[in-house]
Design a protein around this ligand. Structure first.
Ligand code: GDP
Length: 530
C-alpha cells in the first residue's frame, strides 16, 4: 500500500466496504446511522420504513420480512467528511453465503458487528473466514453496550482466540448496561459521552490530555473512572497497539465499543474507516494486476439483480469499478461478447433511492440496468481483454427437479430459470436425457424463495421435487476425454446456463469412479465466473 504511486484524490477518498454480522447484532441499525450521518437520509428509521413499504407489495418480500432475513443485497453510497463511502450490503442468512461471498469480492474492507452480550456467533465466524480468504482488512464494532454485556477483556479474548486475529482496542467502554456512559478513545485520547436523551445525536467529544487529566472527573463518575484507568492501563500492557500495516494485511482488527441504536461509536467507526481503511485496492485479472489509478476504465460484475422494481422488468448488474474515471455515456467493451456497450443510464444507490450516475471512479459500485447481457463475472473495459479472477461459483449442496404445474408453461419456465441462474440465485442444469430442469442451491430456503419468485415475477406456479442426484461437478479436461465421459454417462450429464458440462452425482463413489476411469478429466466443485 505504502509503496504504490499516489492515487488521484477522487479515488484515494473512496472507501468501499461491507458489514458482516450474525442476524440481530445490529447491522441494519448501524447502516441506518451511517446513512444518517452521511446525509443520505434525513431521519433514522427511513431505511426500514422504505423497506417495509416495498415489502408490502409482494408476498415474496413478505416472506423475507417474516423470516427476518435479507435476501437481496444492495449498494449504498454516501459522503462523510472528505470521504466517499460505498457500502455493499450482504445478505445475512447462511443460505445465501455464495451471494455474500461474491459481494465480498467487490469490497476492500469489512466491518464486523458483534453483539456485546453474545460475542462471536456462528454466522460472524463463517463470514469472517470468507474475508480471511481474501485477507480483507476488518474493523470490529462491538454493539449494544447499553445492554448488559460481557467483560471487555473477555470479548477481546474471544475474538482473538476464536478468529485468530490480533485485536487492538480503538476505544474502551466506560460502564456497561444502564451505567454505560460512553467510551475513551485510545487513538486520539478523547472522551466520547453518549447522549441518552437523543438517539440520533452524535456523541459529545471532550478533548483531554490522557487518562490523568482532571477534566475526566467532571464527566465520569468516580467509580467508573477508577475502573477505566485500571482497565486501560492493563489493556495497554496486554493488548497490541493499533498498527495500520498489520490491519491492512488482515492480521489485526481495531475494535470500537458502542451502541448503534444510540448513535454511539458510529462516527468514530466511520472516522476509522476513513482514516485507516484501505483505499481502492489492486484487483487481479488472469492477464495482469489492475491498479485503481490506471487511466482507463475497468470493472467487473459481481452481482445481478433481476426485477428490483416489479413495475419495471429490468435487471441491474452491480459493477465494481476497478480503475479509471467513468463518465456517463461512455462506450465500454463487454469483454465476454467483445461487443461495445454504451453505458448511458448507470445508477448510484443513495440509501433506498436510485440516482443517475454522471461519473464514477475506481472503487465505486455502479448499477447498470440491462436486459440480460451482463452476467456475474463479466468484465467491462475500454477495449483491453481482461478476466478478473476470484469470483467463484460453488457446487450446489442441494438439488431438486422443478416442473411447471401447468405443462404448457415449460418454455416460460426455462426462461425464468435461466434468468435466475444468470442472477446467481441458483444453479440450473438441463439434463442431457429427458425434459425438465434440475435446480441446485446452497441452502434449502432458496427453493422456497425461487418458487415464490417464479410465481410472482413470471406468473408460473411450479413444483420442486426430490431429485435422485445430490451433488454436481463441473467437468473440465481436453475435448476428447470430456466427450468420452459424456457419451458413456449420459444419465449423469447436464448443462449449466453457460452450456458448460456438469456431472450430476448421487454418491462420492461416482466422483471417485470418474477420477479412476477417465484420464484427462477433472470434476470441479467450483467454476470461475468470467
Ligand atoms: P441486524 O439483524 O443485524 O440487521 O440487526 P438490527 O439492526 O435489525 O437490530 C436487531 C435488534 O437490536 C433491533 O431490535 C434493534 O433495535 C436492536 N439494537 C440495535 N442496536 C442496538 C443497540 O445499540 N442497543 C440496543 N439495546 N439494541 C440495539
Amino acid at each position: 500500500m505504502t509503496n504504490r504511486p499516489a492515487l488521484p484524490p477522487e479515488i484515494a477518498r473512496r472507501r468501499t466496504f461491507a458489514i458482516i454480522s450474525h442476524p440481530d447484532a445490529g447491522k441494519t441499525t448501524l447502516t441506518e446511522k451511517f446513512l444518517l450521518f452521511g446525509g443520505a437520509i434525513q431521519m433514522a428509521g427511513q431505511v426500514r420504513a422504505k423497506g417495509e413499504a416495498r415489502r408490502t407489495r409482494s408476498d415474496f418480500m413478505k416472506m423475507e420480512q417474516d423470516r427476518g432475513i435479507s435476501v437481496s443485497a444492495s449498494a449504498m453510497s454516501f459522503e462523510y467528511r472528505e470521504f466517499r463511502y460505498n457500502l455493499v450490503d450482504t445478505p445475512g442468512h447462511s443460505d445465501f453465503s455464495e451471494d455474500t461471498y461474491r459481494t465480498l469480492t467487490a469490497v476492500d474492507a469489512a466491518i464486523m458487528v458483534i453483539d456485546g452480550a453474545k460475542g462471536v456467533e456462528s454466522q460472524t465466524r463463517k463470514l469472517f473466514e470468507v474475508c480471511r480468504l481474501r485477507d480483507l482488512p476488518i474493523l470490529t464494532f462491538c454493539n449494544k453496550m447499553d445492554r448488559e454485556s460481557r467483560d471487555t477483556f473477555e470479548i477481546i479474548d474471544e475474538i482473538q482466540e476464536n478468529l485468530a486475529i490480533d485485536v487492538a482496542p480503538a476505544s474502551w467502554p466506560i460502564g456497561v448496561g444502564r451505567d454505560f456512559i460512553g467510551a475513551y478513545d485510545l487513538i486520539h485520547d478523547r472522551l466520547d459521552i453518549m447522549d441518552r436523551a437523543d438517539r440520533n445525536k452524535v456523541a459529545e467529544t471532550v478533548a483531554i490530555s490522557g487518562l490523568d487529566d482532571p477534566k475526566l472527573e467532571e464527566h465520569v463518575p468516580a467509580d467508573l473512572l477508577e475502573k477505566l484507568r485500571e482497565e486501560v492501563e492493563m489493556a495497554r500492557e496486554l493488548l497490541p497497539a493499533f498498527d495500520r500495516q498489520s490491519f491492512l494485511e488482515g492480521h489485526m482488527t481495531p475494535i470500537w465499543f458502542g451502541s448503534a441504536i444510540n448513535s454511539f461509536g458510529v462516527k468514530e467507526l466511520m472516522d476509522g474507516i476513513g482514516e485507516y481503511g484501505p483505499e481502492p485496492l489492486v484487483q487481479k485479472a488472469t492477464e495482469r494486476d489492475v491498479a485503481p489509478e490506471e487511466k482507463k476504465v475497468t470493472g467487473f460484475v459481481f452481482k445481478v439483480q433481476a426485477n428490483m422494481d416489479p413495475k419495471h422488468r429490468d435487471r441491474v448488474a452491480f459493477v465494481r469499478l476497478v480503475s479509471g474515471h467513468f463518465q456517463r455515456g461512455m462506450k465500454l467493451t463487454h469483454v465476454r461478447t467483445k461487443k461495445p456497450m454504451s453505458v448511458s443510464n448507470p445508477v448510484l444507490f443513495l440509501a433506498a433511492d436510485r440516482e443517475l450516475a454522471e461519473e464514477a471512479w475506481g472503487g465505486d459500485i455502479m448499477g447498470i440496468p440491462n436486459h440480460g447481457q451482463l452476467r456475474i463475472g463479466d468484465a467491462l473495459t475500454e477495449g483491453e481483454v481482461l478476466h478478473f479472477t476470484g469470483i467463484p461459483s460453488f457446487a450446489p449442496e442441494l438439488l431438486q427437479s422443478v416442473r411447471a404445474t401447468d405443462p404448457m408453461k415449460g418454455k416460460h419456465l426455462e426462461k425464468a430459470l435461466m434468468q435466475f441462474a444468470e442472477e446467481g440465485a441458483a444453479k440450473v442444469f438441463k439434463p442431457a436425457i429427458g425434459s425438465g430442469f434440475i435446480v441446485g442451491v446452497v441452502g434449502a430456503l432458496q427453493f422456497e424463495v425461487l418458487a415464490s419468485r417464479i410465481e410472482l415475477e413470471y406468473g408460473i406456479p411450479v413444483r420442486f421435487e426430490a431429485s435422485q442426484f445430490t451433488s454436481a461437478r463441473w467437468v473440465q479436461g481436453d475435448k476428447a476425454a470430456v466427450e468420452k465421459l459424456v457419451n458413456a454417462n449420459k444419465q449423469h450429464i447436464s448443462y449449466d446456463h453457460d452450456g458448460d458440462v456438469v456431472f450430476l452425482t448421487r454418491l462420492q463413489w461416482d466422483i471417485d469412479r470418474v477420477a479412476r476411469d477417465y484420464e484427462g478429466v477433472t470434476l470441479s466443485a467450483t467454476k470461475e465466473m468470467m
